[in-house]
Every structure is written in structure tokens, then in C-alpha cells.
Design a protein around this ligand. Structure first.
Ligand code: FMN
Length: 244
């Protein structure tokens, strides 16, 4: 018996992105961009993966333009002329090999830890283990946070990325809004599924407005939790469907 794998080598079109095959590289944090600026070695790293034949590369998590977004300044950013020049070299190197590339946009929320006198921010000031950390975001601060995602997405499109991926998984900021253990809010951003999804949906709306109708937005989501293997976001398939 043989298995027909030829479908893996067929293109996939999503809005104005055509991925040449069905192989994607998962995002993997490297912390190899001092000061947030991806250097020539970063372009070479991604070009080697593109040369290997992968159709879509999803970059390592890229920290948003605010210091609260990530714990290490060696995580690349998509804000500022130098970082944008670095990414232009990355995207053109990947495109030279016929591959496509999406930037993963990342805010760690309560998983960031304290640094440089800037407290971590999150829905309720608790992390995935239920420990108090940093401070809860006020509702009137949320539009600015959504705009940090939008700014990074707009810049990603400008420097030649083919798509963006919102890091909505693994217990980071967007996931913290979805999970009842990290979202203890009693305002319109907490409680019901509709309320817990409100801020992530507002982020998607802000990013869509920034990149226009044809640019693909990927949303990474995780039902399962790295900090507690028994925990899930949704209790059953119906709730999961509602959430998604
Ligand atoms: C070194 C390393 C760094 C990672 N960094 C990220 C990241 O920045 N963003 C993300 O969404 N997932 C990240 N992941 C998770 C991977 O994308 C992937 O989901 C995980 O490795 C499971 O896939 P695998 O079983 O093929 O390894 C990382 C994984 C590894 C091993």
C-alpha cells in the first residue's frame, strides 16, 4: 500500500498569500536580535530554512513596541528604522528562495516578569499559576495595547512580510484574556465567553484595519495550557466553538 502525499506539494492560497506547498515552520523564539534589531545572521538563518523548501515560515515571536511586551531586549521588534531595515533583509532573503514568511506578534502579558522598573501588565495581574504579578490593565488602556499590535502588523506588511500571526496561545496576553484562571475581571472584558473574547477580537479588528482586507491574519490559539497540563480554555466542544 502506498500513501499519496502529493497534496503536500500543492500551493495554498489565502487572501493575497499563495504558499507554494503545505510545509510550515513553527515560530521559535531565538533572542538573537540585540536591542530588538534582526541582523544579517537572522536573515541568513531564515534564508537557510527557506532554501530547505518550507513553504511558509512563521517567525519567532516578535515583541510589540512597548517595553511591557517582552522580557528580553534580544527578542526582535518591528518598530524603529533599524529593526525594519533588518526585517526587509529577512523577507527579501526568504522570498529569493520562493518561500513566504509571516511575522508572529507577541505580547507576553503576566508571563513577562518584572524588568527595568516596568511591571508586567495583564487582564487581572495574575499569571497562569494564579500568582499575583504586575498589574491589571484598566479598560481604557486596552485600545493602546491593540494599537501596538496594529502598529507592528502595519510595519510587517511594509517591510515585505506576507502575513502576520497573532500569538494568542501558550498563556501569553491574548490567551490570558480567554482563560478564566488568568482573567478574573468583572467588567465587559471578563466573565462570559463573549466578554473574555472581546479584547482578542478588538485586537484582530485593529490589526485588520491596519493591514487592509487582503492581507492574511493568522491567529495562534491553544486550548491546552503549558503551565497546567490538565487545564483547558473551553470545557466542551460547544464552548470551544463559541470561543473560536
Ligand atoms: C526553542 C523553541 C522556541 C519556541 N518559541 C515559540 C514562539 O516564539 N512562539 C510560538 O508560538 N511558539 C513557540 N514555540 C513552540 C513551537 O512553535 C511549537 O509549537 C512546539 O515546538 C511544538 O511543536 P513540535 O512538537 O514540532 O516541536 C517554541 C518552541 C521551541 C522548541
Amino acid at each position: 500500500m502506498t500513501t499519496d502525499a502529493s497534496g503536500l506539494f500543492t500551493p495554498l492560497t489565502l487572501r493575497n498569500l499563495t504558499v507554494p506547498n503545505r510545509f510550515a515552520m513553527a515560530p521559535m523564539t531565538r533572542q538573537a536580535s540585540p536591542g530588538g534589531i534582526p541582523g544579517p545572521d537572522v536573515a541568513e538563518y531564515y534564508a537557510r530554512r527557506a532554501a530547505g523548501g518550507v513553504g511558509l515560515i512563521i517567525t519567532e515571536g516578535v515583541r510589540l513596541g512597548d517595553l511591557s511586551a517582552a522580557g528580553s531586549l534580544d527578542i526582535p521588534t518591528l518598530v524603529g528604522a533599524e529593526a525594519l531595515d533588518g526585517w526587509r533583509k529577512v523577507t527579501s532573503a526568504v522570498h529569493r528562495h520562493g518561500a513566504t514568511i509571516a511575522a508572529q506578534l507577541w505580547h507576553q502579558g503576566a508571563e513577562r516578569g518584572d524588568r527595568d522598573g516596568v511591571a508586567p501588565v495583564s487582564p487581572s495581574g495574575v499569571n497562569g499559576k494564579g500568582e499575583s504579578i504586575g498589574r491589571a490593565l484598566a479598560a481604557d488602556e486596552l485600545p493602546a495595547v491593540a494599537q501596538w499590535f496594529a502598529e507592528a502588523a502595519r510595519n510587517a506588511k511594509e517591510v515585505g512580510f506576507d502575513a502576520v500571526e497573532l500569538h494568542g496561545a501558550h498563556g501569553y496576553l491574548l490567551d490570558q484574556f480567554l482563560w478564566t484562571r488568568t482573567n478574573l475581571r468583572t467588567d465587559e472584558y471578563g466573565g462570559s465567553v463573549e466578554n473574555r473574547t472581546r479584547f482578542p477580537a478588538e485586537v484582530v479588528t485593529a490589526v485588520r484595519a491596519a493591514v487592509g482586507p487582503d492581507f492574511p491574519i493568522i491567529y495562534r490559539f491553544s486550548q491546552w495550557k503549558g503551565t497546567d497540563y490538565a487545564a483547558t480554555l473551553a470545557g466542551d466542544p460547544v464552548e470551544l466553538q463559541e470561543l473560536l
